[in-house]
Design a binder for this molecule. Sequence first.
Ligand code: SAM
Length: 249
Amino acid sequence: MRFDVVTLFPEMILESSSYGVTGTAIEKKVVGLSVWNPRDYTHDRHRTVDDRPYGGGPGMVMKCQPLCDAVDDAKLKNKNTDYKVIYLSPQGRQITQELLVEASQYSQLILVAGRYEGIDERFIDAVCDEEWSLGDYVISGGELAALVVIDSITRLIPGVLGDEDSAQQDSHMNGLLDTPHYTRPEKGELGAVPNVLLSGNHKAIERWRMKQALGRTALKRPDLLKAKELSAEQDALLKEFRNEVHESD
Ligand SMILES: C[S@@+](CC[C@H](N)C(=O)[O-])C[C@H]1O[C@@H](n2cnc3c(N)ncnc32)[C@H](O)[C@@H]1O
């Protein structure tokens, strides 16, 4: 998998991706990351990448030509046919785990980060395959959104996380939230670790974890549970969880 980010702030992408899971994946060449600065594709003395909007109004708009040339270079240098050009935009499809799992199947994602008032609409129409959004709010540039995409897809790539199951058990992978986690000490000022986790009984631990995942999804994100079809066993576990919560009230 490789990521190519078209950005006016390439250092922001390279620096932030150099830590933790993404940093290691890049170092080990499990994922590739390159940055393409539209300013390098300008032909005037001031290296102009933006201009005033037609029709008037506040702010500046990113020009098509430097962006087109940067994207062309990102395609040409990598020679992939299995790529998508994504414009990070508050007007796009909301980024979800489902979208990211789907996107992790591509060989190359070219992520275009806007700045200012945004990008000339003709570039979005002609060059971008999709628009993806972090959520219903506006940030100053697409770089943070590109970093979110790079990080969250990288951890889905086989071999990136130490334990293969780790990403599979994360929140949102199967429509549920993750189960609670505990580590040493067994007993502390803040309480004790649930007994079942110390029992060594793997079947009982698995059952408890599923019950907690169902229960906390019901409590914290009932909307997720509504969208999910539960098996008879999961249904029974959720009832058990609800009875336990009810009894402890
Ligand atoms: C100040 S914003 C421009 C917002 C634009 N005028 C609008 O209201 O749709 C500058 C850039 O930040 C990025 N951006 C802002 N909000 C975003 C979001 N929610 N998700 C992804 N990218 C976003 C986009 O790349 C955008 O071109």
